[in-house]
Design a protein around this ligand. Sequence first.
Ligand code: G3P
Ligand code: CA
Length: 240
Amino acid sequence: MVIYAHRGFSGCYPENTMIAFQKAYDYGAKALELDVQITKDGKIIVIHDEKIDRTTNGKGFVKDFTVDQIKKLDAGSWFDQLYKDEKIPTLDEVIKWLSTIERKMIVNIELKSKEFSQRKILRELINVIEKCNFLKHHIVFSSFSIENLIELRNLDSDVSLALLLEWNKDYSVEEIMKLSEIVNAKYVHTDVRILQSDIVNVLCNLTNVCVYTVNDQNIFKMAKSKGIFGIFTDFLDKMI
Ligand code: G3P
Ligand code: CA
């Protein structure tokens, strides 16, 4: 089973920061998940929320700040004073780091903003990945926005995509597979509540299903028994 360090080792370090990624690697993670948003000047940065309020000492929307302004923020103190020097990383910085580490990890980049469906930004994203040979086979893009995934697929026929779905108990297997086929997705990522549904076994036989967020070992065992392909966890230490 693939175990994604969700936003890095985010149970013990400030989410989506370099220390959270490095500690996930040090702990032995084979897969990493991170979220990206776009700044006012069109740079891709690693942060979950569309606002900076929850995870930095600033206030406002990411889209209203330039990357230079974003870089001045403290992205660690909200979690613990120990991490006051952590900054919001750019995607470029994370990719540079990925190319230096010895054990190559699978990296799921979740495109948070619908703005990613603007071709210019997605083109830049594909360029970033193509700069680095190993990356193409280690990156999985996902998004709740099907438009983003369609644009990505139009730009690149090879890149691995995951259809990201909020769990809705009314989904049928046919509906999910249809959406998945539209973008030729290799994976379906969805809420852990799918484990309680009638369709979980059938879906797991048809595609690679990964569930978020699993921080409880009993749920982890249940996911395994249902044939789930991967999980996202904040607490790597409980899962590996
Ligand atoms: O990609 C899986 C999961 O990360 C989606 O939810 O809110 O944690 O980004 P969220
Ligand atoms: Ca995410």
